[in-house]
Write a protein that binds this ligand. Structure first.
Ligand code: GCU
Length: 417
């Protein structure tokens, strides 16, 4: 009960009150025209895969960097790792649990993230993995008392994590179910990478890089995406994991970050967006649920300064979110929504995925096989873009995990288990 209450408070604290005047009426969505992912900014049509790859893809990537998420610093940071702890008989012998500290830089006081890794025991050869950041600290992922309690600030300046939160996020991380299907689970606390509050980009990994002109400076979504890529750097060196089969996933703000990471870093084999909404998979031009003005006001530290000029003027953004999804092509992409998560605009998320379809097709991939907003819990698992809407709220559930693993199995040509 105590746990449930904590989880509830935690969830509520993440979701600011939805402002009056938010449109939830489909008949009141004004008409909009999406920019064509297959037409260059100067109007030239993209005629083939080579032109997409060499011209249009870099153009779209640069627009998202400059206008939306901010520019990710190019400078390489040398990572230092240390295995803090390992137990080969975790989860009743199903898994090996490993905790690896990853320092961003050689300095002894460099910032670090702790990776929590579960490897399925008894696997033949390297295993595919699901990588995703968590919201509350690694100790919230499972009730296991061996998991280190994060020392990073949680949600607000000076707010520390506590023992009482242990396992409170475990319904979102069904480790047993995942390792039984032969996948490794890898996670880290997003606040280890960049604490989620507006501090003028002074803390977290932002502090590792020189400040730039604020207009295109990277925000927290960019920093979390960067952290996902650093986790991938570590996985490339983990001998039990097949780095060519890493599925990147993220829920809500971390779904936005996962999409941005997957767009920039092509090492991620599959990318999953769960309830990512505004600034994620949902079309910004569709006026339903959260708006650009609202997200920029409630979370001024998430995006580049430039993005604020589009508050209330979504029609003038040179990109829309279907183009972010198109940057994942030709790699498999999975988008999912929840029926009661209207704030994230489920239909806008579906239309975002559909809008990426022409790019997949140009690249010779099957794209999204459904063209109409599907019925609840009728997942689309074939094709290179998967989608489902499930019943229930803004959350990550076993239903979602089951579809993600079914989708990944298909793409990795693994027999269903
Ligand atoms: C808020 C925010 C959303 C975000 C969500 C979350 O509701 O408005 O854009 O996705 O928090 O990350 O839980």
């Amino acid at each position: 009960m105590h746990r449930l209450l904590l989880l509830l408070c935690f969830t509520l604290s993440l979701a600011p009150a939805q402002p009056p005047g938010t449109n939830y009426d489909e008949t009141k969505v004004p008409k909009y025209t999406l920019p064509d992912p297959l037409v260059m900014a100067d109007g030239t049509p993209v005629k083939d895969a080579a032109m997409w790859r060499k011209q249009r893809r870099p153009e779209i990537l640069a627009l998202f960097s400059e206008q939306v998420y901010g520019v990710t610093p190019k400078a390489k940071v040398k990572l230092r790792t240390e295995v803090l702890e390992m137990d080969k008989s975790a989860h009743g012998g199903l898994a090996t649990r490993k905790q690896v500290r990853v320092w961003f830089g050689p300095a002894s006081d460099a910032p670090f993230m702790d990776l929590l890794i579960y490897l399925p025991n008894g696997a033949k050869g390297r295993v595919p993995a699901f990588l995703g950041l968590n919201f509350g600290g690694n100790h919230t992922v499972q009730p296991d008392t061996e998991i280190r309690v994060t020392k990073s600030w949680v949600r607000a300046k000076g707010n520390v994590a506590t023992e009482a939160e242990r396992g409170t996020g475990s319904s979102r991380w069904p480790v047993d179910m995942i390792v039984k299907r032969g996948y490794a689970v890898v996670t880290a606390y997003y606040g280890d990478i960049d604490p989620d509050f507006d501090d003028g980009f002074k803390n977290g990994v932002h502090a590792l890089f020189p400040r730039t002109s604020s207009a295109n400076e990277w925000g927290s979504l960019g920093a979390w995406a960067w952290g996902m890529s650093r986790a991938m750097d570590v996985l490339e060196k983990e001998k039990e994991i097949d780095a060519a089969r890493v599925v990147l996933h993220g829920h809500s703000r971390l779904g936005k970050a996962a999409l941005w990471a997957g767009a920039q870093d092509e090492r991620f084999a599959v990318v999953i967006s769960n309830d990512s909404g505004e600034g994620g998979a949902a079309l910004a031009r569709r006026q339903f649920g959260e708006t650009t003005a609202r997200i920029n006001t409630a979370f001024p530290h998430w995006f580049a300064g430039n993005f604020k000029q589009y508050n209330g003027k979504e029609d003038t953004i040179p990109v829309d979110q279907h183009m972010l999804l198109a940057l994942i092509a030709p790699r498999p992409l999975y988008v999912d929504s929840a029926l009661e998560d209207e704030w994230a605009d489920p239909k806008g998320e579906f239309l975002g995925a559909l809008g990426a379809d022409p790019v997949y097709r140009l690249l010779g991939m099957p794209g999204l096989l459904v063209k109409e907003f599907p019925a609840v819990e009728k997942p689309t698992l074939d094709g290179s873009i998967g989608y489902h809407i499930r019943k229930g709220k803004h959350d990550v559930t076993d239903y979602d995990w089951t579809q993600w693993m079914n989708f990944a199995d298909r793409h990795f040509k693994r027999a269903a288990r």
